[in-house]
Design a protein around this ligand. Structure first.
Ligand SMILES: NC(=O)C1=CN([C@@H]2O[C@H](COP(=O)(O)OP(=O)(O)OC[C@H]3O[C@@H](n4cnc5c(N)ncnc54)[C@H](O)[C@@H]3O)[C@@H](O)[C@H]2O)C=CC1
Ligand SMILES: O=P(O)(O)OC[C@H]1O[C@](O)(CO)[C@@H](O)[C@@H]1O
Length: 388
């Protein structure tokens, strides 16, 4: 079996490739960074090191190759025509850039082979759908080829959860990460044949409760800790969580999202409480040394309409339920400006400087004036702008 994986970064090498490897797949990494491609092709193995209070354990990943997809389109297409699975972990904003080559690879597949399974492993609701929309766009797949496209490819959304911090620059290809993992994938696209045999994946018929619970608990809590931590000059998320005031903010934000999740998805209150406790423990893992700048990265994405703060706060506002702590966390995200190495934080600073508060709320948060949350976020933006 063969899997083509786009994005040989932290989650790609550390989580997705590890699962694929242990399930018997040869992994062909595609990335645009020469250094990582050269290292992968020059080495026969790398290590995945799981750290936590239970101790450390290591697994070794072998049986992979790597292609620089920036220069070798024909080679990537060829690999996709003979692969069983395409996965990616490149970041939600990069999906449009990898779609054209995947479209060509899918189009070149024979209709009588098992359709290739395409699974995007990004922190976003419906990331595989987004990728599929780009792939099926007339610029990339001719319209007359869409009718039987499903015979060549199936697209499954997924929710992927594992904390993989930025790695030590001297670690080479090795990846340090937490022991916990969860990879949940929508089974419905494979209704007429077996889903790909990836060990450790949980196949479900309805992914929405899983991805919303994950995004609005793990990612809301993690990002809230990082943004409050950054504001209070903490180095890591662990450091941030040593501050009782920050823990309190995180707990309050998660109490708000829990109300939404429990009400919406029929999850037991006690179960959600236990999930929250587990998440707070996970994000406070001292062995990960996870910088607040990494967890806060890409604030424009994280402040967008369907994301971890505005998404749940907008729904809570419509239901007339409390969302104050989510507003506080969003305020800290708006203050995450001009952070070294983070382009979106620079863009955020420009947007905040060049636009009225109303325009910022519309542009960044995707809210309309008639949304109940609008005036509340507007106050937040005005406050941050006044401090500039
Ligand atoms: N690190 C984590 O703890 C988790 C990350 N995720 C998600 O996984 C995705 C990736 O995150 P990380 O692995 O942390 O980031 P990363 O920055 O370590 O890896 C991203 C990789 O994608 C590559 N890339 C960028 N543009 C590309 C292109 N056009 N074609 C091929 N490769 C390209 C980059 O060179 C890099 O190697 C994000 O969507 C993130 O939200 C999900 C769960 C956990
Ligand atoms: O790019 P994002 O959305 O921050 O994704 C990485 C995040 O995913 C998580 O690992 C959770 O699975 C976060 O802890 C981490 O910060």
């Amino acid at each position: 079996m063969k899997a083509v994986h786009f994005g040989a970064g932290n989650i790609g090498r550390g989580f997705v490739a590890e699962f694929l490897h242990h399930s018997g797949y040869e992994v062909v990494f595609c990335d645009v960074m020469d250094s990582v491609i050269d290292q992968l092709n020059a080495s026969k193995s790398y290590k995945v090191i799981q750290v936590g209070s239970e101790g450390t354990s290591t697994t070794t990943i072998t049986n992979y190759r790597a292609i620089n997809s920036k220069y070798n389109e024909a080679q990537v297409i060829e690999e996709i025509t003979t692969a069983d699975v395409v996965t990616c972990s490149v970041g939600p904003n990069i999906l449009k850039f990898i779609a054209p080559v995947i479209a060509k690879g899918v189009d070149a597949r024979p209709n009588d082979a098992t359709p290739i399974a395409v699974i995007a492993c990004e922190n976003a609701i419906g990331a595989t759908d987004t990728l599929a929309d780009h792939i099926k766009h007339p610029n990339h797949t001719p319209e007359e080829r869409l009718d039987d496209h499903h015979e060549r490819a199936r697209y499954a959304n997924s929710a992927i959860d594992r904390i993989v911090p930025a790695q030590d620059p001297n670690a080479g290809l090795d990846v340090k990460l937490e022991k916990f993992y969860e990879w949940v994938v929508d089974r419905s696209p494979f209704h007429d044949h077996a889903p790909p045999p990836i060990k450790g994946v949980k196949w479900v018929d309805d992914l929405i409760p899983y991805i919303e619970r994950k995004l609005f608990t793990v990612n809301t809590g993690h990002a809230a800790a990082a943004y409050h931590g950054y504001y209070h000059k903490k180095t890591t998320v662990y450091d941030a969580l040593q501050d009782p005031q920050i823990v309190d903010e995180v707990r309050k934000a998660l109490a708000e999202t829990s109300t939404l999740i429990v009400g919406k998805h029929g999850i037991e209150e006690e179960e959600q409480k236990a999930y929250v406790e587990k998440i707070i423990k996970r994000i406070g893992n001292p062995h990960l040394e996870d910088a607040v700048e990494r967890v806060g990265r890409a604030p424009l994405r994280k402040l967008s309409r369907k994301e971890r703060f505005i998404g749940p706060a907008a729904e809570l506002a419509e239901e007339g339920k409390p969302f104050d702590a989510l507003l506080d966390a969003a305020e800290m995200a708006f203050r995450f400006q001009n952070v070294e190495g983070d382009e979106e934080s620079e863009e955020l600073a420009k947007i905040m400087a060049d636009n009225s508060a109303e325009e910022v709320v519309k542009k960044v948060c995707g809210l309309a004036q008639e949304d109940k949350l609008f005036p509340h976020i507007l106050e937040v933006v005005k406050r941050v702008q006044a401090d500039a």
